[in-house]
Design a protein around this ligand. Structure first.
Ligand code: NG6
Ligand code: CA
Length: 522
C-alpha cells in the first residue's frame, strides 16, 4: 500500500504527469465545482449495438430514414469525435459502466452467454454512483457483462445473481448476452421472465442436447441461414452460438424484441418519473440476427440491416415521446451512442452485403467492428438536455469511459481515487461549453490498440491478421507502426509513421505510461 502511494507520488512528479495528466487535474477541479444539485436531470442513456459512424441520417446516411434520431440531433449536441472504448461489445460496456478501460482487466473480451459477472460488486459503477446521488436506476436491453459467479453453477431456473442489481441497478430487464447467443430468454431482476417451472432451461457452451436439431446439420429448418458460426441450437428458426433446451414459454421471439424492450423502458420511466431516474436503455438493434418486426420490413432498400436501423430509430422515438408525454423532456439528459462500429456480414445470410448499395456504415472512416481503425470505435454520439444544452455540433474529443466522472460532477458526487480510474470529467464538453474535450483517447481493437491525441492517431504494431475475411473487416493490425493525421486523412490511408518518427515515439510512450500508471485520472 505504502509503496503504492510512494510510487504514485514519484509518478506525479514525472514529466508524464505534466503532459498527460494535466487535463485530469483540471477535470478534478471542475468536479469540485459541481453543478447545482437541485437541478439534477433525469438521465437516459440509449446504447445502440453495432451502429456505425455513418449509419444514421444525421451522420450522413441517406438511404435510412431516422427521423427520431434526427430530432434528437436537431435539439441537442451532435459529436463528431466521440469514442467507445473498444471495437466490441463487452469491453465497451464494461468501460462505460465502470469508468475503467477494459484492457486493464483480464476476461473482459466478448463473453459467452453463460459467463460469470465480470464487474466487481464492490466497484462504484455508474448506476451505483447515481443511486448514491438519489437516482432510481434501471437497465433494459442487452447486458453482455455476465451473470452469476460461476458458469458451472449458474442455474437459469433459480435466482440469477450477482448481476445488475448487485452492481447498482434497482431494476433490470435483460437479454443476458447477445441476440445470437443462448439462452434466448429475458431476465427480469433475478429471474428468467415467463419461465414455466415444469419446463426448465439448460444451457451449454460445450455440447449439444441429445436429439436436438442444430443449425450445422439442419439448415433446412432455418428461417435465416448462417454464413459463419451461428450453427448450434436453433431457436425461433435461427441458429445461435451455444446450446439451450427447455424454457419454451420464456424463449424470445426476435421479431418482438424491440417492442418488449420499449415496453419495459417506457414502464420504468412512467413508474419512476417522480424522482430523478437513470435509465440505461441498451437496444439489441442493429446486432445480428437482424430480424425486425414485420412492420419495419422493407422500410429501406437495404434488407434487414437497414430495416433494423429504422426499428432502432422507432425505439428512440418511443422514448422521446414518453418524455414529452410526461412533461420530462426539458429536464432529462438524453445521450445516444453505440457500443462499437459497424459490421455488414456478422454471421448470417441476411442480404446485408448484397443490398448495401452506396450506404457506408462507417461513413468516411476506415475499418469497422473489431478494428483499431477509427470506424471500430468512433461512434454517433448525441447529447440533449433542452434546459442546459444549446443545439449544435461539437468536435470535442470525448470517450464513453468519461460518462461516469462527468455525471458524477453533474450530480455533485465526488469520485474516490479507486473509482472509475480512466474516467475524466468532460461535463463541460458534454454540455457544449468546452470544444476541446480530452487530450487523448485509447482505442481497443480486437488485435491491437491505438491512441488518438489531437489530430494524430498511432496504431501499435501487431502480428494479428490484417483482415477478418469472414466479416470483411480491416482490423488495423500491421507489423509496422502506423501513424495517421485524422484531420487531413480521416480514412487512415496515408501512413506517416516513417515521416514523423518522433510523434510515433511520443504516442507510443504515452500509451505505455497510461498502461503502467493503471489509471488516467489522478
Ligand atoms: C462474434 C460473433 C458475432 C458477434 C460478436 C460479438 C461468430 C462467428 N461471430 O464471435 O456474430 O456475436 O462475436 O458481437 O460467432 S458484440 O457486438 O456483442 O461484441
Ligand atoms: Ca456490439
Amino acid at each position: 500500500m505504502l509503496k503504492d502511494r510512494m510510487n504514485r507520488r514519484c509518478f506525479l512528479k514525472s514529466a508524464f504527469a505534466a503532459t498527460v495528466l494535466g487535463p485530469a487535474v483540471l477535470s478534478i477541479q471542475r468536479q469540485a465545482m459541481a453543478v447545482n444539485v437541485s437541478n439534477r436531470p433525469n438521465i437516459v442513456l440509449i446504447y445502440a449495438d453495432d451502429v456505425g459512424y455513418g449509419d444514421l441520417n444525421c451522420y450522413g446516411a441517406d438511404g435510412v430514414p431516422t427521423p427520431n434520431v434526427n430530432r434528437l440531433a436537431r435539439e441537442g449536441l451532435r459529436f463528431t469525435n466521440a469514442y467507445a472504448s473498444a471495437a466490441t461489445c463487452t469491453p465497451s460496456r464494461y468501460s462505460l459502466l465502470t469508468g475503467q478501460y477494459a484492457w486493464r482487466k483480464k476476461g473482459t473480451g466478448v463473453l459467452p452467454g453463460n459467463a460469470a459477472l465480470i464487474i466487481d460488486t464492490n466497484c462504484r459503477t455508474l448506476p451505483a454512483m447515481l443511486k448514491q446521488a438519489g437516482y432510481t436506476t434501471g437497465v433494459v436491453g442487452k447486458w453482455h457483462l455476465g451473470l452469476g459467479n460461476d458458469p458451472a453453477l449458474l442455474d437459469w431456473n433459480a435466482d440469477i445473481k450477482p448481476g445488475p442489481l448487485e452492481i447498482g441497478f434497482d431494476y433490470a430487464y435483460l437479454m443476458p448476452a447477445t441476440g445470437d447467443r443462448v439462452p434466448c430468454v429475458f431476465v427480469e431482476n433475478h429471474r428468467v421472465a415467463n419461465l414455466d417451472p415444469n419446463d426448465p432451461i439448460a444451457v451449454s457452451y460445450q455440447k449439444p442436447f441429445p436429439d436436438q436439431p442444430i443449425g450445422q446439420s439442419h439448415r433446412d429448418q432455418l428461417k435465416m441461414d448462417w454464413s459463419h458460426g451461428h450453427n448450434q441450437s436453433i431457436v425461433n428458426g435461427i441458429g445461435r452460438i451455444g446450446y439451450m433446451s427447455g424454457g419454451s414459454a420464456a424463449v424470445w421471439k426476435d421479431e418482438d424484441m424491440a417492442d418488449r424492450f420499449v415496453e419495459k423502458a417506457v414502464g420504468f420511466i412512467e413508474d419512476k418519473k417522480d424522482k430523478p431516474f437513470f435509465l440505461y436503455f441498451a437496444t439489441h438493434d442493429i446486432h445480428v440476427p437482424r430480424v425486425p418486426h414485420p412492420r419495419f420490413v422493407g422500410k429501406t432498400n437495404m434488407g434487414p440491416r437497414g430495416d433494423a436501423i429504422v426499428q432502432f430509430d422507432w425505439c428512440v422515438g418511443q422514448i422521446l415521446d414518453t418524455l414529452d408525454r410526461l412533461g420530462l423532456t426539458d429536464n432529462t439528459l438524453v445521450v445516444l451512442t453505440s457500443d462499437n462500429g459497424p459490421v455488414v456480414d456478422d454471421g448470417y445470410k441476411d442480404e446485408a452485403v448484397e443490398r448495401l448499395g452506396s450506404h457506408k456504415p462507417g461513413g468516411p472512416l476506415r475499418g469497422g467492428k473489431y478494428s483499431a481503425f477509427d470506424a471500430g470505435t468512433r461512434e454517433p454520439f448525441i447529447v440533449r438536455w433542452p434546459k442546459q444544452i444549446q443545439p449544435g455540433v461539437s468536435e470535442a474529443l470525448v470517450s464513453q469511459v468519461d460518462f461516469i466522472a462527468s455525471v458524477a460532477a453533474l450530480t455533485g458526487q465526488t469520485l474516490k481515487t479507486e473509482d472509475a480510474p480512466d474516467s475524466l470529467n468532460q461535463l463541460d464538453a458534454l454540455l457544449g461549453k468546452d470544444s476541446v474535450g480530452r487530450s487523448h483517447v485509447i482505442q481497443q481493437g480486437s488485435g491491437t490498440m491505438a491512441v488518438v491525441k489531437g489530430k494524430w492517431k498511432y496504431i501499435v504494431p501487431s502480428n494479428g491478421p490484417k483482415k477478418y475475411v469472414q466479416t470483411n473487416t480491416e482490423t488495423g493490425c500491421d507489423t509496422e507502426p502506423q501513424l495517421y493525421d485524422l484531420r487531413q486523412d480521416p480514412g487512415e490511408k496515408n501512413n506517416l509513421a516513417k515521416v514523423y518518427p518522433d510523434i510515433v515515439k511520443e504516442l507510443g510512450t504515452l500509451l505505455q505510461d497510461i498502461k503502467q500508471a493503471g489509471r488516467t485520472r489522478l
